[in-house]
Design a protein around this ligand. Structure first.
Ligand SMILES: [Zn+2]
Length: 499
């Protein structure tokens, strides 16, 4: 045996064991020390981080709704989910516009429509009065929608009722929650549990104070006369005359008092009837019309058919089919939020040579909006047209045709009205629509008002178009009508009913 040749493990192992024990003891002391620090709150370990390193199991534990099949408009910040649909109805003294989202989950969409209809029903039951009454009520229901916790949604209807186009008599909000997984509407009880258990907070409730018109100025401001205007010494049409303002002439305004503006005229205090002084130096700006020559003969009669409130996925394509069939064009005053919902319909309007005009974003009554609210409507609608068509529109038609000086100061577009009213919204009857239009004998230079949201209107257009062509009229866009009737330049803040 060559004992000597064998390595002596016994000697080598003893010091190794000693080192290992020391290390183990040191580690244990360190662990106990750290645990003591944690116990006394001196160190706060990140358990989240520790959990996440153990794989994706924590993700799969959360039930997440499949959001891929749902509708997302992603245009307006307060509309996180849903594609906008609208119901617009005009009655003799009771009109309403309801915007609501379509999510893409049938159970929820049905419930949303039911809620929208309930609000409409409530409005009609309470405000529909004698149709011969002078008093009118307009209801405008807007919505905001939010994703909550990735598996729920919150819907807020903002319901505003306006009397006689000028006075907002009520403004209410209605909030609903839906479960995107089950399709159920969530009651306050369900939500209370979620709020307590969940770590995420709900999106704060939509709050918007009803803004008051700035009827009083804090200081003097310069305004400009929109027309020839008299200045009087007292607040009375019989008071002594101080002088006359010519259109565009500047004057200092100190305050608005009742129906009068308190002004300083040639160093003397006086009053001017309210509603004729503007804050904009150049209220009316030139808009140069650019027309593609498609062989319109300016010496022959021409008429512009206009369609409001679209695009509508059913009736607008039918109207376009008719126009295309006869190789003619019309003008569509579309709503920005529906332009976002049905971009292909709007693109087709322009593709076949029709003109697309702006009819606001959500069909609010501009007469009761603040400057900021009007700017919001304009900005949102312009963004929709730019996104879908690549450009803004040249023309604007105000919802309900409502215009006042404040509106003109904010909507920097030529304001297109009409002088042949089909009342298609009222009759919803093909022959009645046609007969109403036929009451006008000479259409040359005129603008016909129709709405692209009714099937009965699409029916009437099938007859109207060949009828007008047989009578020798060229069917043109509103811009073409203006241009060929000698208005190569039209003006903003100017209302046009015909050319
Ligand atoms: Zn309209």
């Amino acid at each position: 045996m060559k004992k000597v040749d064998e390595p002596d493990y016994s000697r080598a192992l003893v010091p190794k064991h000693n080192t290992l024990y020391k290390i183990i003891i040191a580690v244990l002391v360190l662990v106990i020390f750290i645990l003591l620090l944690v116990y006394f709150g001196i160190i706060k370990p990140n358990f989240d981080l520790i959990l996440n390193t153990s794989g994706d199991s924590s993700v799969s534990e959360n039930v997440t709704a499949n959001l891929e099949g749902l509708n997302f408009e992603g245009v307006t910040p307060n509309r996180e989910i849903g594609k906008t649909l609208m119901k617009i109805d005009y009655e003799d003294n009771c009109s309403y516009t309801i915007s609501y989202p379509q999510i893409g989950i049938e159970e929820i969409d049905d419930k949303i429509v039911t809620h929208a209809n309930d609000l409409k029903k409530f409005f009609l039951e309470n405000y529909k009065i004698d149709k011969n009454s002078e008093i009118t009520f307009t209801e405008h229901i807007d919505y905001n929608s939010y994703l909550v916790d990735d598996d729920k949604m919150k819907l807020v209807f903002i319901d505003s009722i306006v009397k006689n186009d000028v006075e907002e008599i009520s403004k209410n909000e209605y909030t609903y929650f839906f479960d995107l997984i089950t399709g159920n509407e969530l009651s306050a009880d369900n939500l209370a549990i979620t709020v307590n258990e969940g770590s995420k907070e709900f999106v704060p409730l939509y709050t918007e104070d009803i803004q008051e018109f700035d009827l009083a100025y804090s200081g003097d401001i310069v305004k400009y006369a929109t027309t020839t205007l008299v200045v009087r010494k007292e607040k009375s049409t019989y008071a002594q005359l101080l002088g006359t303002l010519t259109p565009g002439e500047a004057i200092e305004v100190m305050a608005i008092e009742d129906d009068w503006e308190h002004v300083v005229y040639n160093g003397e205090e006086g009053y001017v009837k309210n509603g004729y002084l503007t804050r904009k130096k150049n209220l009316q700006k030139d808009v140069e019309l650019e027309i593609v020559d498609r062989g319109i003969d300016p010496t022959k009669p021409m008429v512009a058919i206009t369609f409001d409130d679209g695009p509508n996925p059913k009736s607008t394509p039918r109207i376009l089919d008719t126009l295309e069939q006869y190789g003619v064009v019309a003008t569509f005053f579309d709503l920005g939020q529906l332009v976002n919902s049905y971009p292909d319909v709007v693109q087709r309007e322009e593709a076949i040579g029709c003109e697309v005009g702006n009819h606001s974003y959500s069909h609010k009554n501009f007469n009761v909006l603040t400057d900021e609210q009007m700017q919001e409507e304009i900005k949102n609608s312009e963004e929709a047209f730019i996104k879908v068509l690549g450009h803004k529109t040249t023309l604007f038609r105000l919802p309900y045709g409502n215009v006042n000086l404040k509106v003109k100061e904010n909507v920097e577009y030529p304001l297109i009205k009409w002088n042949v009213d089909s009342l298609d919204w009222k009759s919803r009857d093909k022959n009645k629509i046609l007969n109403k239009i036929r009451e006008t004998k000479n259409y040359d230079g005129k603008i016909i008002l129709l709405h692209s949201i009714y099937g009965t209107t699409a029916d009437a257009v099938e007859v109207l178009v060949p009828e007008l062509l047989n009578k020798g009229y060229q069917l043109v866009t509103v811009s073409e009508l203006a241009y060929y009737k000698g208005n190569q330049i039209i003006k903003t803040a100017q209302e046009y009913t015909h050319f």
